[in-house]
Write a protein of this length. Structure first.
Ligand code: XMP
Length: 538
């Protein structure tokens, strides 16, 4: 099935991916590509007739600092173009207008007056002034500004400090906005982007996860044929959804390998087996490698050394299993594909996009180079999807929402939540304490929003501190271990605030842990934000 599509050219703004997500929220398929693609590339991209519009992103740079320009073909295809911030400036400059540097940076909330009654903003306003002007509450972040409209353009929006805050050439359907419609601070941002892609570009809103299953299944079948596939299942969202999708497509031609390193959460291994083997009837090989991992970790205190051991052993164990499956036998011809849960942000970030971020959370299961080392072809059925789409797809495939909307869990697992040396005794205590914390986060609701505290936090867990403190229980003295509760709120995991959990919740959790987990007699709450602390303790 061919989808209409919107091309987003990335000039290096931190929020380019948000543009793509907003377009997809309008159920229109969109792709992000670096701004330095050539005109030939653009013409080739548009050849199938599915390209309905182009969006030029913002940039962290000034048009005077860098020479990034949109490929000329963008303005020659006859499709609508929307320039955002830097995108508007380069559009203005390339089409014969003027851009001037400014000493004054405008950053943050602004009220913009809509002008010119253009299609993009028609009937979209946050409020109307006494004089009857439609006003928009927007997010601005720029230094340079357009000072002269290109021929054919009229003024679409203005603020006192930025007289040309928006411009439009309605004959060619070219629009530019100095503010950022993709961020939620721009109240009518989604309405503007919807207007652009649905009404101005007239793109068909056919990007729907429920319907995507059938399409993805077809694609997997075509790619795989009658060959066999191996997938490393971790219990995380991406590998779980990939497994469910591939299993839907090719059933028993898929074998999942689930390496249990003994550092998973309480009952997690059993739950993964119950879901995939029990409910989906997928073939899953569970490798119980906990003794191997604990053996290798004995006596190791340094966090980075622990990470390396866990990551390294994981690859070794997985490779051994994969080699067996590749060799075939017992009615199997041998696997030729390795499936991975790579998602679209990974693709954008490794594809030379300007917005490449320095730090990304990599699952240690998506180990680069593994398919080549194993001599297997790569199958990545989620590589077009954003995380929220992966989750939606997972639910549509029948995975339980609790699994699909779970907080992220680091590859090294409890290995980085037990400070210093990892011991089985510590892991067992930690698992039980952590399960209580998570259970109560799911039980407690915030009255104002009606949401549970699990949903109100981005990541929450318990950390084991291998120190003992004195306590009193009944008539006796105790001398037991300490745990710390950690709960954070964040949108990108690069910075995070500690969550202001209700005291009643903390009280319940601490009471239960101390009463139910013998061996722990003290519970603390971590009130450090990131930076300067990190989310995990190691
Ligand atoms: P920090 O502790 O750096 O964590 O603030 C940020 C996010 O990354 C996760 N994290 C990891 N994930 N392997 C992973 O797969 C790791 O080694 C690892 N270390 C941290 C952490 O859980 C948080 O979501």
């Amino acid at each position: 099935m061919q989808h209409d599509k919107i091309l987003i050219l990335d000039f290096g703004s931190q929020v380019t991916q948000l543009i793509a997500r907003r377009v997809r929220e309008a159920h229109v398929y969109s792709e992000v590509h670096p701004c330095d693609v050539t005109s030939e590339w653009v013409r080739e991209y548009a050849k199938d007739g599915c390209l309905k519009g182009v969006i030029l992103s913002g940039s962290h740079a000034s048009v005077y600092e860098v020479d990034d320009r949109a490929p000329d073909a963008v303005f020659e295809l006859g499709v609508p173009v929307l320039g955002i911030c830097y995108g508007m400036q380069t559009m203005a400059q390339q089409l014969g207008g003027k851009v001037e540097g400014s000493h004054q940076r405008e950053f943050g909330y602004a009220e913009v007056r809509a002008r010119g009654h253009v299609d993009l903003l028609k009937d979209i306003a946050d409020f109307t002034t006494a004089e009857g002007h439609g006003m928009l509450k927007v997010w601005m972040s720029h230094g340079d500004k357009v000072t002269e409209l290109p021929p054919g353009f009229k003024l679409m929006a203005s603020t006192p400090s930025c007289p040309i805050a928006g411009m439009a050439d309605e004959a060619r359907h070219f629009y530019g906005v100095q503010f950022h419609p993709e961020v939620t601070h721009t109240v009518q941002g989604q309405a503007m982007l919807n207007r652009f892609v649905l009404e101005i570009c007239k793109a068909r809103p056919d990007w729907v996860m429920r319907d995507h299953i059938e399409e993805a299944v077809q694609k997997i079948r075509e790619q795989v044929g009658d060959e066999e596939v191996i997938l490393g299942l971790s219990g995380g969202v991406d590998s779980s959804v990939a497994a469910a999708l591939i299993h839907r497509a090719i059933g028993d031609q898929l074998t999942c390998v689930f390496v249990d390193h003994g550092l998973l959460r309480l009952n997690e291994g059993d739950m993964v087996m119950e879901m995939f083997e029990g409910k989906l009837h997928a073939k899953v090989i569970r490798v119980d490698a906990s003794e191997l991992f604990l053996g290798k970790l004995a006596g190791v205190n340094d966090p980075e050394a622990k990470r390396k051991i866990i990551g390294g052993e994981f690859v070794t164990v997985f490779k051994q299993e994969a080699a067996k499956l590749k060799a075939g036998g017992q009615g199997h011809k041998g696997a030729t594909f390795l499936a991975q849960g790579t998602i679209y942000p990974d693709v954008i970030e490794s594809g030379g996009a300007k917005s490449k971020k320095a730090v990304t959370i990599k699952s240690h299961h998506n180990v680069g180079g593994l398919p080549e080392q194993l001599g297997l072809k790569l199958l990545e059925p989620l590589r077009d999807l954003f995380k929220d789409e992966v989750r939606e797809l997972g639910v549509a495939l029948g995975l339980p929402p609790e699994m699909v909307y779970r907080h992220p869990f680091p590859g090294p697992g409890l290995g980085v939540r037990i400070l210093g040396e990892v011991k089985k005794e510590y892991a067992d205590l930690l698992r039980r304490a952590d399960a209580i914390f998570i259970e109560e986060l799911r039980n407690f609701r915030d009255e104002a929003s009606g949401k549970t505290w699990y949903d109100l936090t981005s990541q929450a867990f318990t950390v084991f501190l291998p120190v003992k403190s004195v306590g009193v229980m009944g008539d006796g003295r105790t001398y037991d271990y300490v745990v710390a509760l950690r709960a954070v709120q964040t949108s990108d995991f690069m910075t995070a605030d500690w969550a202001e959990l209700p005291y009643a919740l903390l009280k319940k959790v601490s009471g239960r842990i101390i009463n139910e987990v013998r061996g722990i007699n003290r519970v603390t709450y971590d009130v450090s934000s990131k930076p300067p602390a990190t989310i995990e303790w190691e």
